[in-house]
Design a protein around this ligand. Structure first.
Ligand SMILES: [Zn+2]
Length: 423
């Protein structure tokens, strides 16, 4: 509560409706295709234009810490890339788009400075729908909360109201990470004993609007992690000994806290998050395994954890300013020591088995404060299968047979882990 008061932010919400369109939301979801996303600059305003076929009903709002503009649409098909280069001047530093949740496609604009939505325009010309969003730098105090609705009715009238914005995702994250009650824990472990199969959660890193790392051949980390996750699930299920919980099984974004919660709700006994990030040096290659710790094993791992933890920001989620400092520290202390010990045991087994299949980094088991590894009661590891910034690793990870080899090593480590009487 205190956190939400502290991080008062203003949200500017614009609803744009295609006036003549009376198609139901469900039907338009399948048919809208965006053919072009373009950013241009004129008269000191940055204009973001979406051109598509079908209805473009958008909800637009701004977020701070860091400054972003989020454009939510019904499920649409996106183009492969933006048209042309981003203008050097203007407020947009970077943009990305993709699926955010089953009902929403999202465009996230990272801003160089605070900006406001100065205007929107929706037109249909020659059967093409064009949505233009005009952004201008702003100095509006962040304590002012504004929510404006434009269009979306037969009169197309603008109206402003003072409805407070949605509560920050940060609070949801906190709730999701509170340890289960003891009765719940006992029920879960009783249920597990009754079931012959052990439960393993597989987390394909990134997804949807968050592509993760992008390789020099254009490989998207989110696609590699999903392909590897599906292969790992296939291999684990083929043994007949495991039930698998997937945190995502499509090109969709799942917030970090929700990934943890999906694993816990599924009564998972082990959580494996799969990644293929990039390294500052294109020469560096090899796999590595990460576990949770309050202090990082080294500066490089600390920076890596910071990048991974910013996944929610990348996807346009408001996690609040002070999450990284205070909240993360408190939550980490809730993680039981035994859980952390078990994570370390599994991690060391993993490095041993992966080493037989692919190259490892020096000191292959590293640790830092990864948000996705914070389930208080599920031993969790993050596997960096290799670096997309390295050509050899990238080619290997694009290859199904190479991914399968690494995943077979993971299965062996899972077998060895559960074969122990205790970790
Ligand atoms: Zn990653």
């Amino acid at each position: 509560m205190i956190n939400s008061l502290k991080s008062l932010r203003w949200a500017f919400l614009v609803l744009v409706g295609l006036l003549s369109c009376a198609i139901q939301a469900g039907a338009e979801a399948a048919s809208t295709r965006i053919t072009e996303v373009r950013v241009s600059l004129s008269d000191g305003a940055t204009r973001v234009t979406l051109i598509g076929k079908g209805s473009l009903r958008a909800e637009i709002f701004t977020l701070d810490s860091p400054d972003r503009v989020v454009v939510d649409l019904p499920v649409v098909q996106w183009p492969d890339a933006i048209s042309g280069a981003l203008p050097r001047k203007g407020v947009v530093a970077q943009l990305r788009f993709g699926q955010f949740n089953p009902a929403t496609s999202r465009l996230v604009l990272d801003l160089k400075e605070p900006a406001r939505v100065a205007g929107t325009e929706l037109r249909t010309v020659d059967g093409k729908t064009r949505l233009q969003i005009e952004l201008r730098p702003t100095k509006v105090p962040k304590t002012v909360e504004t929510r404006t609705t434009v269009g979306d009715g037969p009169d197309g009238g603008n109206k402003a109201d003072q409805t407070p914005p949605k509560p920050p995702a940060k609070e949801e994250a906190q709730a999701a990470l509170t340890p289960r009650g003891q009765a719940d824990q006992k029920a879960a472990s009783d249920a597990e004993r009754a079931s012959a199969k052990r439960v393993v959660a597989i987390d394909a890193g990134h997804g949807g609007v968050d592509p993760g790392a992008i390789g020099s051949l254009g490989t998207l980390e989110k696609n590699i992690t999903l392909a590897a996750a599906r292969e790992l699930r296939r291999l684990l299920e083929a043994t007949g000994r495991y039930r698998v919980v997937m945190t995502r099984n499509s090109d969709i974004y799942v917030p970090l806290a929700e990934r943890v919660e999906i694993a816990r709700k599924g009564k998972s006994e082990l959580f494996i998050s799969l990644h293929a990030d990039k390294h500052d040096s294109p020469k560096v290659r090899g796999a590595s395994v990460y576990t949770l710790s309050e202090t990082a094993s080294d500066a490089e791992t600390e920076a890596f954890a910071r990048r991974e933890n910013s996944s929610d920001l990348v996807a346009g989620i408001d996690i609040g300013e002070d999450y990284d400092e205070e909240v993360a520290r408190i939550l980490i202390s809730l993680v039981q020591q035994s859980t952390m010990n078990c994570s370390a045991v599994f991690a060391s087994g993993l490095t041993k088995h992966i080493k037989k299949q692919t190259r490892l980094l020096p000191r292959p088991h590293r640790f830092a404060g990864f948000r996705v590894l914070k389930a208080p009661d599920v031993p969790s590891v993050l596997v960096e299968m290799g670096y997309l910034s390295n050509k050899v690793d990238e080619k290997g990870l694009r290859n199904a047979a190479t991914r399968s080899k690494i995943m077979k090593a993971v299965v062996k480590a899972v077998d060895a882990y559960f074969a122990r009487r205790s970790c």
